[in-house]
Each structure stands twice: as structure tokens, then as C-alpha cells.
Design a protein around this ligand. Sequence first.
Ligand SMILES: Cc1cc2nc3c(=O)[nH]c(=O)nc-3n(C[C@H](O)[C@H](O)[C@H](O)COP(=O)(O)OP(=O)(O)OC[C@H]3O[C@@H](n4cnc5c(N)ncnc54)[C@H](O)[C@@H]3O)c2cc1C
Ligand code: FES
Length: 509
Amino acid sequence: MAQDQSKPSGPDLTQGVPEAELPDGGKLVGHVGDEEVLLVRRGADIFAVGAHCTHYHGPLADGLVVGDTVRCPWHHACFDLRTGEAVRAPAIDPVACWTVERRDGKIVVREKRAQPKPRHGKPAAKAPDKIVIVGGGAAGFAAAEMLRRRDYQGDIVMLSADDAPPCDRPNLSKDYLAGNAPEEWVPLRPEKFYAERGIDLRLRQQVLGIDAGGRQVELAGGGKVAYDRLLLATGAEPVRLSIPGADQPHVRTLRSLGDCRAIIEVAKSARRAVVIGASFIGLEVAASLRNREIEVHVVAPEKRPMEKILGPGMGDFVHSLHKEHGVVFHLENTATAIDGKRVQLKGGESLDADLVVVGIGVRPRLELAEKAGLALDRGVAVNEYLETSAQGIFAAGDIARWPDPHTGEKIRVEHWVVAERQGQTAALNMLGEREKHSAVPFFWSQHYDIPINYVGHAEKWDEIAIDGDIAAKDCLLRFKRNGRVLAVVSIFRDVANLESEVAMERAAQ
Ligand SMILES: Cc1cc2nc3c(=O)[nH]c(=O)nc-3n(C[C@H](O)[C@H](O)[C@H](O)COP(=O)(O)OP(=O)(O)OC[C@H]3O[C@@H](n4cnc5c(N)ncnc54)[C@H](O)[C@@H]3O)c2cc1C
Ligand code: FES
């Protein structure tokens, strides 16, 4: 997503704006020096905070004010208007806050405030001495960051099988792969962050086992690391294709930064690519490769891409969108072999491919939990506090199946924001708090310049109510079961999407 380099807009807030221009509940953007500042009025309180989200620079003025918070329209981060704290991922850093004064019927913004300490609950009576996190992805990173944000003074060891520090995984199939984002955007934090925060990040460290009784994990190579609390955040791995020829170097899957670099390397000299699977990742990869002017063919067994998750109308839309951008689909078809640079299809046809990207789904990495004897339920079973069946062991992210208060079902999802929020909640609970994970699931996907935002969770529905026009890229779809809205999907209806999130939260209280 391009970062906004435009000049600061709106009035100079140091000169003041008439109070009448900011009615109760209103928002107004102006500037202080070079910085854009958002003014929000809530009854007698007036807040002045940075106007852009610290995730991807989303315009908070176009978001939704809920109580003393503002939610970002793009990917539903949430900031405390009093402290600037990013109280909900995907934003992690706070927004700046300014002092506001009322003078002669005007609202005047004065100096920037030192970042106030976030308001926290009571510290836990006895924090554990050492917390070990297995996984250097969304959930693991968010947990470690939250532990230090909450002034946890004990040891944090983060063990990651990756060879790079935690990265912005969603970007790997979008702007970074498309060639629109430099690699320095990809790490969630520079390497020095971990040393500065006293987070002992150990890369290329495969954890082979957990001794739950002895409270230690066993590393490949024979080492052991003791813990008082353990967070399992091992994520998911791509399902591999098991057809002849799938082990060739130009046949790739995409999960890690290393995977993405390898795809880019092949893409540099590729003229034709075949994407196997019309999943979110498969189609985002197709869009990114088209941006590199590579001819792209998508092979998938379904009749309509994404129908299972987004319904037929949105499936048709996504299909047409990619066709308009030159993607050639081979639906209701599968690849049976990859013979050098020829991909054989079930129907007898074959396609030339310098690059093959396989996006046929992922499988949660459950081996550690399984070997340790933790309760499993098509994922690691956790309670509302994200505790597993073993004392002192928590799980978060793609592996965790938790009791979702909105659907009343136990669900497991593979969404970035959910993994981060679960990592944060698990961090608090490892410190002895009792915070339920009750956030409504949210994910986004990006195809060319079209964002698709999904809030809630609907595996099955009996009605899809459509507001607006899908083909005109201005719509909101409500997925209902027995009249109840389980999920909402929208294109360019960000505020309505946020309002749906709030309604789902309230309905589950
Ligand atoms: C290319 C791509 C694009 C995506 N785009 C989106 C998107 O647009 N929107 C969205 O909502 N979601 C998206 N997702 C999904 C999202 O990235 C995942 O839901 C999220 O990363 C899950 O976080 P996690 O912490 O559970 O796992 P991960 O982020 O996968 O992290 C797992 C970590 O565990 C480590 N690990 C695993 N096993 C071991 C072991 N035995 N020992 C040590 N370390 C281990 C791994 O090395 C890794 O560091 C995308 C995923 C991919 C791959
Ligand atoms: S830009 Fe605000 S949440 Fe992503």
C-alpha cells in the first residue's frame, strides 16, 4: 500500500478552529507544522491525535469513533484517543497525541504530549520469571511486544524456525511480491528492536518437543530451554502438491520471506507462470505476478473462485476482476504432473510455465502440541483465555481453536489480525490477567487496487443480503443464518464494515 506523502491538509490547528466546526461526535483534520492531526470531540472532551494509522497509514478521519477510541477504516486497528495507544492490532505503535485548549470560542492545538503511559489494569501479583514463545510470526511477535509494553521484566525467549525476524506476511503476496514495496517494509521491526527490548530472538531454531511436566522445550541439535509460561504460535504451513515434478526448483509455495524471495528470483526471468489453486494467496500471487507483466494461468478445481468463503456473487466478481487483468483461468481442472516447464492438466491440456506457485491451502503446525499430549480439536484446543489443556501452556494464531462468543462455536481461522490479537491476549494471560479473547475475527485481501474486508465468521449461511453493487465495487454483503448476521464482506464500504464489527461485538456481550 503506497504511503501517503501528500502535504498536510486542513487548517493550521495552532491558530485554532471555531468550536462550532467540531460538533459533538465530529472529526476534523488539520495540521500542526508538517503533521496532520485529527481532532475528535466526545461531549466535553476534545482529543488531538495523529491523523494516520501506524499500520499502513490509513486515514483515521475516515474511520469510526467508538467510545474513547478511533478505529482505522482499512484493517480495523483501534487507538485510544486519550493515550494514543494501539489497543488493537494490526497497528502496534501508538499515534501521537497533542494538548488541546479552548480559547475564545476556538479549539487550539498546542504542543505534542510526551507519549502518556497506556492505562493498564493492576499488575499481576506474581509474574513468571521466564516466558518462551515458539514461533516468530504474527502471534509470537505481538505477544512479545505486548509483554514488554506491559513492563514485563522477566526473560522472553522467542524461538523461530524462520531465518528472518518476524515479517509482514500479508505483504509477501501483495506489494512486496508485486515489486511495489521495498524489502525494508517487510520486517515488522528492525533487528535491533529485539535487543533493545530484551527479547532473545533465536532464528533458525526448530523446536522438536515440549516436556510439559519438566517445563522445558527441546531444540533440534539437543539444547533445552526452560520456561515458566509457554506460548505456542507455530502457525501453518502450505499444503504441498503431491504430483510428479512438484519437487522442481521452479515450483514454489509461499509462506516465509525466504519463499517470497525465491519466487521473486524466478519471476525476474519468467514469462509465464501457473498458479495452482484459486485461494486468497493464489489469487493475490496471480495479481502480483501480473503487475510484473508475467502471463498468469490459474488452475483450480472449483467452478468459481472463492465461492466457498465469499459466496457466488463475490466469487464471480473476483473471477472477472482477474480476467480483466489478463489472468487466464482453468477452472474445474487440476494439475496432474509438472514435466519440466510443462504443467499437465487433468483435461489433457498442458501449460508452459517458467514459474509454478502452489496455493492449495495450509495446514496448522500441530506436531509439537500433538507430541506433548495437548488436547487437539482440528487445531490446538484452547479456552477463552487461550490456555491449552496443559497448565502454563497457551496457544495463539493459526493453530488455535477457541470458543468464539459471536457464533457460539469453536473456531480456528487463518487471519493475520486474529493471530496478532490472540498473541496479545495470551501475553496478558501469561502475566496472570484473565482476559477473554472475544474480538470479532477480521481479515482483508487485496486484488490489484480492490480491497476486500471481511468481519465475523460464517462457514455456512442460508442467505446473503447484498447492499450496493458488487460489479461497481461498492457493496456490503451480509452472510446470515436463521436471520442472524454471522459475517459481513465489503468493498469500499469501510465505515459500514466497522459498524458491523461493533454491532457483532455488542450482540455477543
Ligand atoms: C503470503 C501470505 C499472505 C497472507 N495475507 C493475509 C491477509 O491479507 N490477511 C490476513 O488476514 N491473513 C493473511 N495471511 C495469513 C496470516 O499471515 C496468518 O494467519 C498469520 O501469519 C498467522 O500467524 P501465526 O503467528 O499463527 O503463524 P505464522 O505467522 O505463520 O508464524 C509461525 C511461526 O512459527 C515458527 N515455527 C513453526 N514451527 C516451529 C517449530 N517447531 N519450532 C520453531 N518455530 C516454529 C515459524 O517458523 C514461524 O516463525 C497471509 C499468509 C501468507 C503466507
Ligand atoms: S492501515 Fe490502519 S489498520 Fe491497516
